[in-house]
Design a protein around this ligand. Structure first.
Ligand code: CP
Length: 304
């Protein structure tokens, strides 16, 4: 039995196979419409979500399976004090696979230890969000064709942004990837992630002005300032609009640059940018469903 807790739980070869399978499903969804007949996914969301929870549910429904779960901690027995370990023991009696989001770092790992079914980390605090990374990787591969040699600008809340941490980890396994880390001082990438980049030998630069990075980028990965992880509202209000990607900034970028964002967007991308052909963040969401379909099949050992 396998779990997906961090992007590194998949080898590069497995990741490539997963993306190939997701492409196959995308090209001919009817062919896979019953491969999960009789299977149930439990979506255990202790934190709000639109894309991740619903794309897991859409993925299982489109594979012929069924879904169950909760969308808030308040509507589960967590509100009465039940632990994650006990909850996943119970869910293992009902479902074949679980996707779990939790505000505490390491919660998915705890769940996996006590589960009798595969557990997918759908985001644990400010730590990791591996299925967003699968979504991002599939989008990059589909739109750019490869990962080697890419210059990627990661902009915004690099401290709390778990999607950034997971994506860096996944990209470090490719050759000559260069990171431009664009953030205010208070929201810089944590030291442990900087150490991982240094250890890999990948090139990186930390900067505060988005305009300085724009002309160099193959990919711009914008992120939201993570209000829910701040200790006080005053700091959030001060930092929330630090970066706003607008058309004057887009004019500094190359014609073949692409803009990604894990979403939800708050203010960090002006809506006028949505019309620019380089804005790919809504397309990115669609890839997320197909890669989750492929992942469910892989973890349930269903050959496709
Ligand atoms: N990208 C992402 O995790 O979105 P949700 O919080 O809506 O699931």
């Amino acid at each position: 039995m396998r779990h997906l807790l961090t992007p590194l739980d998949l080898s590069v070869e497995e990741l490539e196979t997963l993306m190939d399978n997701a492409e196959k499903i995308k090209a001919d969804p009817e062919r896979y419409a019953h491969v999960c007949d009789g299977k149930i996914i439990a979506t255990l969301f202790y934190e709000p979500s639109t894309r991740t929870r619903l794309s897991f549910e859409a993925a299982m429904l489109r594979l012929g399976g069924k879904t169950m779960g909760f969308a808030t901690a308040d509507s589960s027995s967590a509100a009465k004090g039940e632990s994650v370990a006990d909850t996943i023991r119970i869910i293992s009696c009902f479902a074949d696979i679980a996707a779990m989001r939790h505000p505490k770092e390491g919660s998915a790992t705890v769940a996996a230890k006590h589960a009798r079914i595969p557990v997918i980390n759908a985001g644990d605090g400010g730590h990791q969000h591996p299925t967003q990374t699968l979504t991002d990787m599939m989008t990059i591969r589909a739109l750019k064709g490869h990962f080697d040699g890419m210059t990627i600008g990661l902009c915004g809340d690099l401290k709390f942004g778990r999607t950034v941490h997971s994506l860096i980890r996944a990209l470090l396994r490719y050759r000559d990837v260069r990171f431009m880390l664009i953030s205010p001082d208070e929201l810089k990438l944590p030291d442990y992630m900087i150490d991982e980049i240094k250890k890999s030998g990948a090139e990186f630069e930390e900067l505060t002005k988005l305009e300085d990075a724009m002309p160099n980028l193959d990919i711009l990965y914008m992120t939201r300032v993570q209000r829910e992880r701040f200790f006080n509202e005053e700091d959030y209000v001060r930092l929330k609009d630090y970066y706003i990607l607008d058309m004057p900034k887009m004019e500094l970028a190359r014609d073949d640059m692409i803009v990604l964002h894990p979403l939800p967007r708050v203010n960090e991308i002006a809506v006028e940018v949505d019309e620019d052909p380089r804005a790919k963040y809504f397309e990115q969401v669609q890839y997320g469903m197909y890669i989750r379909m492929a992942l469910i099949c892989m973890l349930l050992d269903i050959r496709i």
